[in-house]
Design a protein around this ligand. Structure first.
Ligand SMILES: [Zn+2]
Ligand SMILES: [Zn+2]
Length: 155
């Protein structure tokens, strides 16, 4: 698995939008450029705050609209981590992707990838004669900064 340079995805996404006759102005461009710089998924609110923090002038409604459109076009992937907040990250046409660690204490979301895990999932799908198009893997627990609670009954 190779790793993409962040701006490669942004450039390709903008090209693809243009090829479909969509103007790359305003919020759509801002969202694509911002997402391309992120190491992992972000909520619409975080994307909005990030763009505004860098001086971009966008409205939250147009950020939502741009995200919907990018998801529709398979350029962006919607990520559900079980907390009811939709997050978004670049979707790579060649299947390159990562999975997520979610801290149940502080809520921190971290990306990880594991070739062995990918292989195991492919083998499982093949054993089940299932034509797997994609998969989601989320590990819940405690990050390095948070201390797991003691097991019940101890102390
Ligand atoms: Zn991610
Ligand atoms: Zn995977």
């Amino acid at each position: 698995m190779h790793h993409h340079h962040a701006s490669d995805w942004s450039a390709q996404a903008l090209e693809s939008l243009q090829a479909q006759g969509l103007r790359n102005g305003g919020a759509r461009r801002a969202v694509v450029e911002h997402l391309g710089e992120q190491p992992c998924c972000k909520s619409a609110q975080e994307i909005f705050d990030g763009i505004r923090g860098q001086g971009g002038r966008v409205g939250i409604a147009s950020v939502y609209r741009a995200l919907d459109q990018l998801v529709e076009l398979d350029l962006v992937q919607r990520v559900e981590l079980g907390d009811g907040v939709a997050r978004f990250e670049p979707s790579h046409a060649d299947g390159d992707h990562h999975h997520h660690l979610v801290c149940d204490d502080c809520g921190k979301v971290e990306p990880f990838s594991d070739p062995g895990l990918e292989q195991a999932l492919e083998q499982t799908a093949s054993r089940l004669a299932y034509a797997m198009r994609g998969h989601e893997v989320v590990l819940h627990g405690y990050c390095g900064d948070c201390v797991p609670p003691p097991p019940a009954g101890s102390g």
